[in-house]
Every structure is written in structure tokens, then in C-alpha cells.
Design a protein around this ligand. Structure first.
Ligand code: NIG
Ligand code: FE
Length: 411
């Protein structure tokens, strides 16, 4: 079955060769074909080009995209969409003056979500997560990474990862599961960090590996959470089970964590609201991609990741939502792209590269997703009629998406 889009106003992020990611100055280059065609065959991109060279379709569907833009679906490489309940009260407490740290110290924060998760059945959590996934797909997300980390018990972590496994089985978009047992120390381990690390490494990980429940491993490397040494132990343990690291780091403080992540060949380092020169040097010429989460900065009023400084140093950058009940109760990648432009001063070209091809790299799927390339999956956003793709970040908060296609079929 073939689908042919014709008269596309702008076909965005077209790459003849499948590239891994874009870095530094190259991030400002977003290849586009004006007045284009795009041919899809059996869920895969077969061909594209200028309308002058548009093939005739013997059989299949022709879709006239006059005035509309087509781009690859967003790749959201950092989420926590499997959770129970919400943290609305903490949101109001912050408005009334409490900080994220103060709320966490009172037993709120991650431990609040962990309590709720352990009290809620797997089926209820699955239904809530499924609803969130359906919603973000309608908003143009066509691949997503999902973390555990609100269990913090053997059963709770397994429950979360089993929910992610069910999502993987029931959806055709790529979903990657990340084990985040090292998200916070449960109260009973507050004075016994070694005991909790032992639980993660010697009880949780073997069971997770046995059921093949995770693709990556994560830790919250932060003052008051997991130290550099503790995170190294987590990354080492993950390595033994073939789980590359994707690490939460430098959200509030810089404690030389990024160098350790690079040393352990982490696939990504995420957050980086606080970045030192040494952190930038550590990332240069490494395989580790930094991932910025601007909706988190927006929601809890913390600095934005210094994108311009990092790109000027030649680094790549990916953008993701961080969708979670505490710091980012929103999974809208369109808002992320707009906020990156408005608050981080990324150009639309840089932000779109960061949210597509570089997101795909941060999820380990850039061979199949993240650009309009022959042979890649036909996961596409078809917009409403637009002036240009600049309108996407310009009209922040407005939904400019007409339809989303996954593997060649509209959802
Ligand atoms: O990425 N920073 C650590 N983890 C999450 C938030 C966790 C929470 O508050 O529930 C984040 O922001
Ligand atoms: Fe996160």
C-alpha cells in the first residue's frame, strides 16, 4: 500500500543519508524541500523530492498537502509517564513560596509519588499511562523513552517496568524502558545508602534483567540524592547487564558528575540546567549527548540549560519533555520546541533538530527515526496550513498539527 503526499509546502528535516546526530554549528542547518512530494510504502519512507520529479501513482492514496508542512514526529527521549495520582498540592505549595527542595524535605516530591505508586494496582497505572501516551502521540510524539523510579521497592519498580512492557506490546511506536531505581533514597534507607544500593544492584537489577524489562539505566546524580560514587556503582552494575546509562545530572548543582557519565560512556546526560566549563570540556568529543528539558525549567522556575554556550562549544543537544507529576506535568513537545526558542534562544532550525534527529540519538534509534530519509519509518507530522515551519514555535501553545502518521497510517 502506497501513500503519496503532493504539493507539500515545506518538507522539513530531509536527509539523504541516515546521520546519527547533529552537533555545534550544524544544528543550525535544517534541510528543507519546498513544494515537495513524499512517497510512503508499507510504513516506510520510499522517496521524496521536488514536485517537478513527483512520480505517478498506479495504485494507493494521494494526499494533497497544499499549504501544509510535513516533518518527522517528535522523539521524546526523557519521560516519566508511568505514575499514579498527581502532585497538584505541591504545585500550589510552590506558588505559595515553598521550593522543590523544601517540599522534598517534608516527604513530598519523588517519595510522595512512590507512596502513591506502591498503593495503586498495575492495571490502574497502565490505564493512566496509556491515556498519557495517546495524548502525546496526538501532539506529534512518535517515539518515547519512559523511566521507572517511582517504585523504589523491588515490587514497585517491577510494576512500573511491566507497565512499560505492556505499552511496548500494545503500541507500534518505539518505546524504550529505563530503570531508575536510583531516583531517591526511600525513608527507611535515608541513613543506609549502601543498603539501598545493594537492593538496586543485587535484587532489582537481576530480576529486571531476567524479565528483560529495561533498555537503559538511570540515576538522579544530585546533591542530596545520588553522589558521583554511588552513580558510578549504578552505571557499572548496569553495564554488567548490558544497560547503557542515561543520567539525570546537574539539575540544581554541578558536582563533577558529567565527567563520570562520559567516562562510563553514558548515552545521554539529562537536565544540565547548571553547566560548568569543565562539564562542557568533558562532553566535547564524547558519544554522550546532553538533553535539555525546558518545560521543567519553566514549571519549577529554575535556570534553562545554556544551549547557546553548549552549541558554541561544538556540542550536540537534544530536547525532551521530562513529563512527570512533580516537575513537568506536560508531555507537549511542541511547547518544548517553542520554549527552547523563546527562553533558550535556540533558532527554530536548532530546536527542531534537537527534538527530532538528536532526540532519536538520545534514544538509540537514529538509524530508523528522527528524519525524513529513505528507508526510515514513516512517522510524520502533517500540519494545518502554515506560513512556514517558523509558525510552530511562534504560536506557542496553539495546536497546529492536523494529523499524525505512525508507520504509514494516520492515528
Ligand atoms: O527529571 N530530577 C529528578 N527527577 C524528575 C522529577 C521527579 C519528581 O519530582 O517526581 C525530573 O525532574
Ligand atoms: Fe526526569
Amino acid at each position: 500500500m502506497r501513500t503519496l503526499f503532493i504539493n507539500i509546502k515545506e518538507l522539513v528535516q530531509v536527509r539523504n543519508e541516515a546521520i546519527e546526530k547533529v552537533s555545534g554549528k550544524d544544528m543550525s542547518v535544517l534541510p528543507i524541500i519546498n513544494n515537495a512530494f513524499l512517497l510512503i510504502h508499507e510504513g516506510v519512507i520510499e522517496d521524496f523530492g521536488s514536485m517537478e520529479n513527483c512520480p505517478k501513482l498506479e495504485y494507493g492514496t494521494v494526499i494533497d498537502a497544499t499549504g501544509k508542512v510535513i516533518l518527522p514526529t517528535w522523539v521524546d527521549s526523557h519521560t516519566h509517564i508511568v505514575y499514579a495520582g498527581n502532585r497538584i498540592q505541591e504545585f500550589v505549595d510552590r506558588i505559595n513560596g515553598l521550593s522543590y527542595e523544601e517540599i522534598a524535605n517534608r516527604g513530598g516530591g519523588i517519595l510522595n509519588s512512590a507512596k502513591k505508586l506502591n498503593e495503586t494496582s498495575e492495571d490502574i497505572i497502565y490505564e493512566a499511562s496509556k491515556k498519557r501516551l495517546d495524548e502525546i502521540m496526538q501532539l506529534g510524539t512518535g517515539a518515547v523513552e519512559i523511566k521507572s523510579g517511582y517504585g523504589l521497592t523491588v515490587e514497585g519498580e517491577l510494576k512500573m517496568l511491566r507497565v512499560i512492557k505492556r505499552l511496548k506490546e500494545n503500541y507500534t511506536i518505539p518505546i524504550k524502558a529505563t530503570f531508575l531505581g536510583a531516583h531517591a533514597f526511600p525513608i527507611e534507607y535515608k541513613e543506609n545508602h549502601a543498603g539501598y544500593l545493594d537492593l538496586i544492584i543485587n535484587e532489582m537489577l537481576p530480576k529486571i534483567a531476567e524479565e528483560n524489562l529495561a533498555d537503559y539505566i538511570d540515576a538522579f546524580l544530585e546533591t542530596g540524592y545520588f553522589s558521583v560514587e554511588e552513580t558510578i556503582r549504578i552505571m557499572e552494575a548496569g553495564k554488567k547487564y548490558g544497560l547503557p546509562a542515561k543520567i539525570h545530572v546537574n539539575q540544581f548543582t554541578a558536582i563533577n558528575g558529567i565527567q563520570a557519565c562520559v567516562d562510563y560512556e553514558a548515552l545521554s546526560v539529562d537536565h544540565l540546567e547548571i553547566v560548568t566549563e569543565a562539564d562542557i570540556e568533558a562532553l566535547q568529543n564524547s558519544k554522550t549527548i546532553p538533553v535539555a528539558l525546558p518545560s521543567c525549567s519553566y514549571f519549577i522556575s529554575i535556570p534553562y540549560t545554556p544551549a547557546r554556550k553548549m552549541m558554541a562549544a561544538g556540542l550536540p543537544l537534544a530536547l525532551a519533555t521530562d513529563y512527570n507529576p512533580g516537575t513537568t506535568p506536560s508531555g507537549n513537545m511542541n511547547f518544548v520546541v517553542a520554549t527552547a526558542c523563546i527562553k533558550m534562544k535556540m533558532t527554530p532550525e536548532e530546536a527542531i533538530n534537537a527534538a527530532t534527529i538528536n532526540g532519536a540519538y538520545a534514544m538509540g534509534i537514529s538509524a530508523t527515526h528522527g528524519s525524513i530519509t529513505r528507508g526510515k519509518k514513516a512517522n510524520l507530522i502533517l500540519t494545518k496550513p502554515l506560513t512556514s515551519y517558523y509558525q510552530l514555535p511562534y504560536e506557542f501553545g496553539n495546536n497546529l498539527i492536523e494529523k499524525v502518521m505512525i508507520n504509514g497510517a494516520f492515528i
